[in-house]
Structures are given as C-alpha cells and as structure tokens.
Design a binder for this molecule. Structure first.
Ligand code: SF4
Length: 306
C-alpha cells in the first residue's frame, strides 16, 4: 500500500494531540510536501507550534523548566530519524508468568492452560468474565477482556483496567482512551475499523482491576498472562504495541525501564513489538507526546516493511 500522505487535517490532529514537534515519517516527506504543509500548521505564522488540549485532556500547561531531555521548539518540521533495529530477547509472557510462578505465585494448573488453549476470542471473553483464578476476580466490577477486530493488523497491549474500564468492561476508555484513539487515528488506525488493515485489537495483560490501581502481583500475572498469550495467538497481529512499563516488561520479559525499551523493534513470539508510553502517563506528562509520536512512526515504519 502506498504511504498515506499527511494532510492538513492529520497534522492539525497531531497538534490537537499536543505533539508540539510534528514528526513525519521519512517515507511521507519530500520538499514539495513540506512546502505545501508548513503554512497549514497552527502557529506556523509565528513559527511556534501550538498545543491544544484534546477533549477530556487537561488544559495546556505553561512551559516547564527545561529538563535534561527537553527539546527546544523546532524551526522546521523534523523527520523521524532512522532507528537502529534491534531484536530483543523475546522472553515474553511465558517467561513473565513462569517468573511470577517461581517467585511463589500460584502457577496456573495444566487444566486451566489446556482450557485457555482451546478457546476462541469470544469464548476467552466469557472465560475472563467468569474467571476467579486470582483474588482480583472477587474485587472487580467487570472483567475487561479486550476489544477490536479479530484479525487486526496491530494489537495494542496495556497493563490492567483502571476505575473507568472496570465500570464499563472495556479497555482504554475515559481521557486516556480518547487520547489513545486520537493517537491511533493519526496513524490511520481505529479500534472500531471494519477493515483489518486499519483495525487494532486492544487488550490488557491483566483483565481485572487491581484495587486502587496498584501494580499487579506475581500470582495475578501468573494466572492471567495465558489469556493474553492466547489472544495474541488468535489475532496474529503483524505488530504489537505495548503501552506503559508493565506491558512492555511483560511482553519482553525484560526488567529494563521503558526509556530503554522504546525506539527499538523488539520481538514477542516472533511478532515485532514496539514499546511506548501509556496514554495516562502522557496526560500527566504532555511534553513526552512527541516521543510517543516518534514511537508510532517506528511502529508504522515497521508495519510498512515487506
Ligand atoms: S485478573 Fe485474570 S486471572 Fe485474575 S480473576 Fe481476572 S481474569 Fe482471572
């Protein structure tokens, strides 16, 4: 498929996302395009990108004091720099669950693993809603199995449901969900797309809300990870996008911080894996949205590879 040219609407959307530096994928940018698009950018007349809050997002904050990694506003539109491709260890969910079990957590029974291995996506959703294999099952309001196209090209993986997801039974809702939807739309994807090429499947590593949004515990990871593993087997995405440290570490089996895992093409079960920040984090730290956009560029470049 030829690369989709960025148009004024798409760039305006990026600005609405708060991406103060507009990162264009190299494949999409040529001198003519740049000349045509620069005047369309909000704030282009002043040469200063604007940051408009997206719906449900906190109002723009005054500039913070410079941090060590702060970037100065660009005078031109930068291009996503080529990133060294790197294959990660790909230890993934099996090792994560095994590690959790080895740390004293309850290992899933052979019967549970066998049962999960036999289920399709709809059956997995029903299975999750009835599951009480860990203590989160008794405290949740709704299990949050996952949503999206069953053959989506991209699978987005988050950590665990928050309060609003627990209320509604759907992953990534509320302000963080709207931001995720806007981010996906900016790269031509949508959670409700009918066409698998533009579709995503969204799931969390843990299907029930940990009380108070605490970190999932080893026994909960050990019991729940096989459900996500089966979802990945069934959807067979061409790319995994892990959002947030917990999802990144669960899928890679690595304990490296997210700053070291992002901007690399890793592997999970033979599937390319790109790591980025969780939208809830980006709502708190909007200055990191430009990094997130760079990660989405890497994801799309990876998808475009034959
Ligand atoms: S978190 Fe996972 S393992 Fe625990 S009860 Fe919910 S679905 Fe079952």
């Amino acid at each position: 498929m030829p690369p989709q040219l960025p148009d004024a609407r798409r760039l305006a959307l990026l600005h609405a996302l708060g991406v103060q530096q507009v990162w264009l994928r190299r494949a999409e940018l040529d001198a003519d395009t740049l000349t045509r698009l620069l005047p369309t950018l909000p704030g282009a007349a002043r040469g200063v990108p604007q940051h408009a809050a997206s719906p449900g997002e906190p109002a723009p904050q005054p500039p913070r004091a410079a941090r060590p990694d702060a970037r100065t506003p660009p005078t031109s539109v930068p291009v996503c720099a080529p990133t060294p491709r790197q294959q990660g260890p790909g230890a993934g969910l099996a090792a994560t669950a095994a590690g959790a079990a080895a740390r004293g957590a309850g290992e899933p029974s052979a019967a549970r693993l066998q049962r999960i291995a036999e289920l399709d996506l709809d059956q997995l959703a029903e299975f999750s809603r009835a599951c009480r294999a860990c203590k989160l099952g008794a405290q949740r309001r709704h299990a949050v199995p996952g949503v999206g196209h069953p053959r989506a090209r991209v699978m987005v993986v988050g950590e665990a449901p928050g309060a609003e997801e627990d209320q509604r039974g759907e992953p990534f809702v509320g302000a963080a969900g709207r931001l995720l939807d806007n981010m996906l739309r900016a790269i031509g994807l949508a959670r409700d797309a009918a066409d698998a090429e533009q579709a995503v499947y969204i799931a969390n590593v843990i299907k029930c809300r940990p009380p108070g949004n605490r970190n999932p515990e080893p026994d909960e990871i050990a019991q729940c990870a096989p459900i996500l593993r089966r979802q990945i087997e069934l959807v067979q995405p061409r790319l995994l996008l892990a959002l947030g440290r917990f999802a990144a570490q669960a899928l890679t089996g690595s304990s490296e911080p997210i700053g070291r895992l992002r901007q690399r093409v890793l592997q999970h079960a033979g599937i390319p894996l790109v790591v980025s920040y969780h939208p809830a984090y980006l709502l708190r730290m909007p200055e990191d949205k430009a990094k997130s956009w760079a990660d989405l560029c890497l994801a799309m470049d990876t998808l475009d590879k034959p």
